[in-house]
Design a protein around this ligand. Structure first.
Ligand SMILES: [Ca+2]
Ligand SMILES: [Ca+2]
Ligand SMILES: [Ca+2]
Length: 279
């Protein structure tokens, strides 16, 4: 083991010298070609460096049917200029979920894209799905691979992506009413349902605060002030309020405010502290 290390160490200067020699050899003709101004000395068969560049395209979730989103892949030189004079270019492609998910948001797709001579752009078609779900803005990657006639460029490199804008309304958040009697000897809990009228594929927030009606905070109930968090696809959360003894016949409110990602529907729940019969 030590002998092998020693031998490698002794060869290092030789290896470095070989590397420098080969780099110099590789750079030599190119440097000479750049330095020369005589056209006849330029290598005639050297094609310009071409790159396949995918950008961001934007799709709208359609109201009906599964229309197709077109993702453009452009042929550009090293300076970002479009190039249409090139040999036939081919590249494989494949869709990949980012925060959009196939097949609910789009139809997964893949294939080989061909960009003929004379065209500066090739188009990839991806079907977009329709749903009734309220969603955040979502993105899908299109991963390029195995290019022929050009290199992978742009972000990634070799990545394009497209955005899907949702077309479904935001949920409405409501606070339900609660009726319960207070107990003579101890506090009891009133459970308010805070609900979304439709599912949301995103987080939703809303503040809730108690407010006096005929009942007074600290005397008939303990005040609550908090933020209710709905994780994605959760439509019901409960807020508990402690009602103090001997408060029957009075009422207070639980009020919603400051919604995030939702709108407020019936934003006031009434807490009726009443003499109802309980099983
Ligand atoms: Ca989605
Ligand atoms: Ca929709
Ligand atoms: Ca939707």
């Amino acid at each position: 083991m030590h002998l092998r290390l020693l031998r490698t160490a002794r060869r290092l200067p030789v290896l470095v010298a070989l590397l420098i020699t080969s780099l110099a050899a590789a750079a030599g003709p190119a440097a000479a070609a750049r330095a020369s101004t005589a056209p006849e000395l330029r290598p005639a068969a050297v094609a310009p460096d071409l790159y396949l560049v995918g950008g961001l395209s934007i799709a709208d979730e359609p109201p009906t049917g599964p229309p197709v989103q077109q993702v453009g892949i452009r042929v550009q030189d090293a300076y970002g200029n479009d190039v249409d004079d090139h040999d036939t270019i081919t590249v494989d492609w494949q869709t990949i979920d980012w925060n959009a998910h196939a097949p609910g948001d789009y139809t997964p797709a893949g294939g080989t894209l061909t960009i003929p001579d004379g065209q500066v752009e090739g188009i990839i078609d991806v079907p977009i799905a329709e749903d009734d779900l309220s969603e955040p803005t979502e993105w899908v990657f299109v991963l390029l691979s195995n290019p022929s006639g050009a290199q992978l460029g742009g972000i990634g490199p070799g990545l394009a992506f497209f955005q899907i804008n949702d077309d479904d309304p935001r949920p409405q958040v409501s606070v339900g009413d609660v009726t319960a009697r207070s107990l003579p000897d101890r506090p009891r809990i009133m459970k308010f349902d805070v609900t979304l009228d439709r599912a949301l594929e995103d987080y939703a927030l809303v503040d809730v605060d108690t407010a006096d009606g005929t009942a007074s905070e600290g005397v008939n109930y303990l005040p609550v002030s908090k933020t209710v968090v709905f994780p994605p696809m959760v439509t019901t959360k409960q807020v508990w309020v402690w009602v103090l003894p001997d408060s029957n016949g009075l009422d207070f409110e639980l009020q919603a405010s400051n919604p995030v990602n939702v709108n407020i529907g019936d934003g006031v729940g009434i807490g009726y502290i009443d003499e109802i019969f309980e099983m």
